[in-house]
Design a binder for this molecule. Structure first.
Ligand SMILES: Nc1ncnc2c1ncn2[C@@H]1O[C@H](COP(=O)(O)OP(=O)(O)OP(=O)(O)O)[C@@H](O)[C@H]1O
Ligand SMILES: [Mg+2]
Length: 247
């Protein structure tokens, strides 16, 4: 039987600020299999980042169930096996990529020699080796995204959670990142990512979840979702139709 890496049942989340309540998630159910690439799409404000923060244990759902590798997201062993690329690469910019990656490697307690080898490999992987020792305050948005992707891989995670990983990347870098994600899958890793780049999502995902106003409208492979529709329909046109019908 295929092991479930993520099991989410009936997730609710409400933000409460002052006297304002925002119901960001209203009963979300899904699971992700071992070795699967799961693409998470939905309009701005649908609740994708909120779901991701629940998966990471940054936010806690009062209802429902959530298990990552059969454990709570906030379990310290679980955290060791998860890599996370946030939506906004908000790192301290008076560091170089190497210094930032050393800092994250130390948080995970990675042995010094292994860490230095891994940093070299990762910076080559994201095509930043030439600026490895330059202060990040001089970096462009796309360069910061690449640093952030390398950071997410520093602990060689079994589950990689990426919140809009290709945002701000040029087409060549996007293609390259897609290749890296596919290589990680080949190595048995599980990838959960959100994106607005629907053609990328369609190309790379084994299954796709469509979130809208805190509810999942559909989950399935691109073939399952588009299968019964007109020939040649893209995920983008399917998505637009589905969302526009509900506005
Ligand atoms: N810290 C917060 N306080 C109050 N409301 C919040 C907070 N963070 C998110 N929300 C609200 O929760 C809802 C879901 O937001 P979320 O960031 O999860 O959406 P998203 O699907 O990731 O959107 P995007 O595609 O723009 O990144 C939105 O209505 C948003 O305004
Ligand atoms: Mg978001």
């Amino acid at each position: 039987m295929q092991q479930k890496v993520i099991i989410a049942k009936n997730l609710y989340y409400t933000y409460e600020t002052g006297n304002k309540r925002v119901e960001a998630l209203k009963g979300v159910d899904f699971s992700v299999d071992n070795g699967e690439i799961f693409g998470f799409i939905g309009p701005n404000g649908a609740g994708k980042t909120t779901t991701i923060k629940l998966l990471l244990g940054i936010l806690i759902s009062k209802n429902g169930e959530l298990a990552i590798f059969d454990k709570s997201p906030s379990n310290s062993n679980t955290r060791q096996t998860v890599g996370y690329m946030p939506e906004i690469a908000n790192y301290y910019r008076y560091l170089t990529p190497v210094e930032l990656l050393i800092m994250y490697g130390n948080i995970f307690g990675i042995d010094k020699d292994l860490l230095h080898k891994r940093i070299k490999i990762l910076l080559e992987l994201v095509d930043l080796e030439e600026v490895a020792n330059r202060l990040m305050r001089t970096f462009s948005k796309g360069m910061m995204q690449k640093v952030s992707f390398a950071q997410a891989l520093i602990n060689d995670p079994d589950l990689l959670i990426l919140d809009e990983p290709t945002g701000g990347l040029d087409p060549v870098s996007r293609k390259r990142m897609r290749g890296v994600i596919q290589d990680l899958k080949e190595k048995g890793k599980t990838i959960f990512f959100s994106s607005h780049e629907l053609s990328e999502v369609e190309l790379v995902s084994d299954r796709i979840g469509i979130l809208h106003k805190g509810q999942l409208l559909a989950v399935g492979s691109a073939k399952d979702l588009l299968g019964e529709k007109e020939e040649g329909q893209s995920l983008e046109s399917y998505f637009l139709k589905m969302i526009e019908e509900r506005v």
